[in-house]
Ligand binder design. Structure first.
Ligand code: NAD
Ligand code: TYD
Length: 347
């Protein structure tokens, strides 16, 4: 019987992964391990917390004793690793916590797996990473799995380091590993420090809408449930030792995306056309701001048959609808420890 440790399950992508595995695979035991930093919130998982195949454990991935004990207590057979410090802006102001969690935390999990698992072929260590490890593109070109790593922020450098460690455990010890590098996710339950929920929240409360630099930076937007389907496929059918890029085929300049959100939220709230756009504020650019990310996801399409199903128009419509119907969730997660950071940066 599989007993899968999903790390970071109280975060944005993690909660969707946990819910999907708990509901779709009643024969798997799902252990959600999360430190519950400002970015993790158990309120997000209320609908499944009573499920018989679900357990939550509060722990830090950097704590060797805790992690070894969790492997023993729950007889962990596989790991899907999402826990991380994930916000680029925070990595610029406080890099060390990113290095500790993302590098040392990943190393600690790999090492526990190395010590606890006897036959590596029976176990999977699946690491969720980012397209940001590949650096920044100009107007042309796409990131492929073979694109050389060129991380430029403390966040992306820490994720690149963790990817290298995962590969090192594969090559050195023969551990069965899988890595995926995905583009910018969006959808329900994303913490409102990231662009999409931040803008929706600020439109709702008639606050300024901060766009970094001139707003021409390009990101490729991936709807979170499309990502979860890809994770399921890679976990079950991906090849040992391989990397797969996961993208949404939805490249947009930030300013175009902000316009879509402004018009969609205004329409939902019955406000005059142009109301939200009038509050767009171009602010000081992010230090070292990567210009463009774009993914070539043909490998996962050709090998595993995965393609994104949600286009950006439909996905943003769903996302806006969800946030406006769940402002209580937003208000709760922006209270407490996060409140001061939010007030300092975005009010
Ligand atoms: P998130 O910030 O929403 O959630 C991260 C979760 O990890 C939180 O629940 C937090 O409490 C937990 N966590 C942080 N430090 C921990 C520690 N030391 N020990 C245990 N738990 C800890 O992040 P997300 O957006 O859900 O991203 C999940 C993963 O996907 C990350 O590894 C991230 O690098 C990767 N990723 C995210 C995106 C994106 O667009 N969101 C894109 C590419 C890759
Ligand atoms: P973000 O959601 O932080 O994701 P990432 O930096 O990992 O791509 O930012 C997405 C893009 O939006 C990025 O180019 C930075 C930009 N951005 C803004 O213009 N204003 C904001 O307030 C934020 C948070 C991001």
């Amino acid at each position: 019987m599989k007993s899968i440790l999903i790390t970071g399950g109280a975060g944005f992508i993690g909660n969707h992964v946990v819910r999907h595995f708990v509901n779709k695979y009643p024969d798997y035991k799902i252990v959600n391990l999360d430190k519950l930093t400002y970015a993790g919130n158990l309120e997000t998982l209320k609908d499944i917390e009573q499920a018989p195949n679900y357990t939550f454990v509060k722990a830090c991935i950097t704590d060797e004793d805790q992690i070894n004990k969790i492997f023993d207590d729950y007889n962990i057979t596989d790991v899907i690793h999402l826990a991380a410090e994930s916000h680029v802006d925070r990595s610029i102001t406080d890099p060390l916590v990113f290095l500790r969690t993302n590098i040392l935390g990943t190393a600690n999990l790999l090492n526990a797996a190395r010590n606890k698992w006897s036959n590596y072929k029976d176990h999977i260590f699946y690491h969720i990473s980012t397209d940001e490890v590949f650096g920044s593109l100009g107007d042309e070109g796409l990131f492929e799995e073979t694109t050389p790593y060129d991380p430029r922020s403390p966040y992306s450098a820490s994720k690149a380091s963790s990817d290298h460690l995962v590969r090192a455990y594969h090559h050195t010890y023969g551990m069965q590993v899988k890595i995926t590098n995905c583009s910018n996710n969006y959808g329900p339950y994303q913490f409102p420090e990231k662009l999409v929920p931040l803008i929706i929240n600020n439109i709702k409360y008639k606050k300024p809408l901060p766009v970094y630099g001139d707003g021409t930076n390009v990101r490729d937007w991936l709807f979170v449930t499309d990502h979860v389907e890809a994770i399921d496929l890679v976990f079950h059918k991906g090849t040992d030792g391989e990397t797969y890029n996961i993208g949404g085929n939805n490249e947009m300049q930030n300013i175009e995306l902000v316009h879509v959100l402004c018009d969609t939220v205004d329409r939902h709230l019955g406000r005059e056309a142009g109301d939200a756009r009038s509050r767009i504020t171009f602010v000081k650019d992010r230090a070292g701001h990567d210009q463009r990310y774009a993914i070539d996801a043909s490998k996962i399409k050709n090998e595993l048959g995965w393609e994104p199903q949600v286009d950006v128009a439909g996905g943003m419509e769903q996302t806006v609808t969800w946030y406006l119907a769940n402002m209580g969730w937003l208000d709760n997660v922006t209270s407490g420890a996060y409140k001061e950071y939010y007030a300092a940066h975005y009010s």
